[in-house]
Design a protein around this ligand. Structure first.
Ligand code: MG
Length: 395
């Protein structure tokens, strides 16, 4: 059952329902073209070997230059011109895939950028077991048929109704036969499985994903952006690490809390090592460098600076780049004093500055059992991890 699996992505449609100048598949979605996102999901699906992209005739080179190459989508091996209707475009893509030596085909709508790589792989595996398989979602609304004059004619049995999605996967010769038969008879279906069904062949239903929506209207685009912002696809993470020396005559400030102790941390600012690690983690997650870059030691403006104020500026910088903090986890390494009694106040301070609930900010503390500069009480260090979420469009 092995053999090359090639995905065919029809993107030649003119999508009149969206309005605007460009077909929907070329519009940006959360800062990245919708088409490039869809191709990116195929790129991540291990079982998909290569991709054929079908585009409006004459635009092959321009589309490859705009939507494929800048995104490192190297599974896209061919960009071929499509036809009048979707089915003609799929036929063109299938012909190219056959030339490339495909044994299995995975047809996937350009306008379904949220299908997970896992779903793509699952549908392909089901097709390998029986020849043809499609992603579909069980109907949850009651569905009625009208009589053509605005009156209910029948209520359908919801328990057996499925809303059909893509991907749809087929053995090469099966889809070729179905397409050839349809073409000879001038028959057009709204999906490829419909053509295989006409041959009387089995098509297996695979439970798809509710979020695998087809973007057709501007409302769909807004919904997809919200889903991306709320899901892992709209999140990033970063890490931070900092260390400071302990010395007499300095206050000890950790997480914005002044802790009674005979020594304090030294540094250009208030030397709040915990908050510095958190800032570095946030900046790292957003790809914005580090605090040394943002608040240089050489700048007198930051002498003795309150690190909680600096943290506020880091959050503002992130917001400007389209990100908000989502979660922070930090660990303080210190031999003494005891940190436990102050942890809740530190969490509250950090959570306030980050715009989070205290539950989304964790602070752990550990000694080093007397080992190293921390164990000897010469300094403290802190590690932090931050997760950030996209606030909306990042274009
Ligand atoms: Mg520091």
């Amino acid at each position: 059952m092995n053999g090359k699996a090639v995905a065919v992505v029809p993107a030649a449609g003119q999508s009149r329902r969206m309005g605007g100048e460009r077909p929907k598949q070329f519009l940006p979605l959360a800062g990245r073209p919708l088409l490039s996102r869809t191709l990116g999901q195929l790129q991540m699906a291990a079982a998909v070997d290569e991709v054929v992209l079908v585009c409006p005739p004459g635009q092959e080179q321009a589309i490859e230059a705009e939507f494929v190459r800048p995104f490192g989508l190297d599974k896209v091996r061919r960009v071929v011109p499509g036809g009048q209707k979707r089915q003609d475009s799929v036929a063109a893509g299938v012909a190219a895939a056959a030339e490339m030596g495909a044994a299995w085909l995975l047809v996937h709508d350009a306008a379904r950028p949220l299908a997970s790589p896992e779903l793509l792989v699952r549908v392909l595996a089901a097709a390998k077991a029986c020849g043809a398989a499609i992603a579909a979602w069980p109907a949850s609304d009651t569905i009625k048929r009208d009589d053509g004059r605005g009156r209910v004619q029948a209520t359908l049995d919801r328990g057996r109704l499925w809303l059909v999605q893509t991907p749809q996967a087929f053995r090469l010769d099966l889809l070729q036969e179905a397409l050839a038969r349809a073409q000879a008879e001038g028959f057009y279906a709204t999906d490829e499985a419909g053509l295989v069904e006409r041959l009387g062949r089995e098509v297996r239903l695979v439970t798809g994903e509710r979020n695998n929506l087809k973007i057709t209207t501007p409302q769909d685009l807004a919904l997809a952006e919200a889903l991306l912002a709320g899901g892992a696809a709209g999140q990033r993470m970063g890490q931070g690490l900092d260390a400071h020396r302990l010395a007499p005559g300095r206050p000890l400030i950790l997480g914005g809390v002044e802790i009674p102790f005979e020594l304090g941390l030294t540094g250009h600012s208030d030397a709040d090592v915990l908050t510095h690690a958190v800032m570095d983690a946030l900046l790292a997650a957003a790809g914005l460098g580090d605090i040394g870059l943002m608040f240089p030691d050489s700048d007198p403006a930051y002498a003795g600076a309150d690190s909680m104020v600096l943290l506020g500026r880091v959050v503002a910088r992130l917001a400007g780049a389209g990100w908000r903090p989502a979660q922070v986890s930090a660990t303080l390494l210190a031999q003494a004093p005891r940190i436990g009694p102050h942890v809740q106040a530190m969490r509250r301070n950090l959570a306030n500055a980050l715009g989070l609930e205290p539950g989304a900010v964790n602070i752990a503390a550990t000694t080093t059992e007397g080992l190293g500069f921390i164990g000897r009480g010469q300094g403290m260090a802190a590690l932090a991890m931050a997760v950030i979420a996209s606030t909306a469009r990042q274009s």
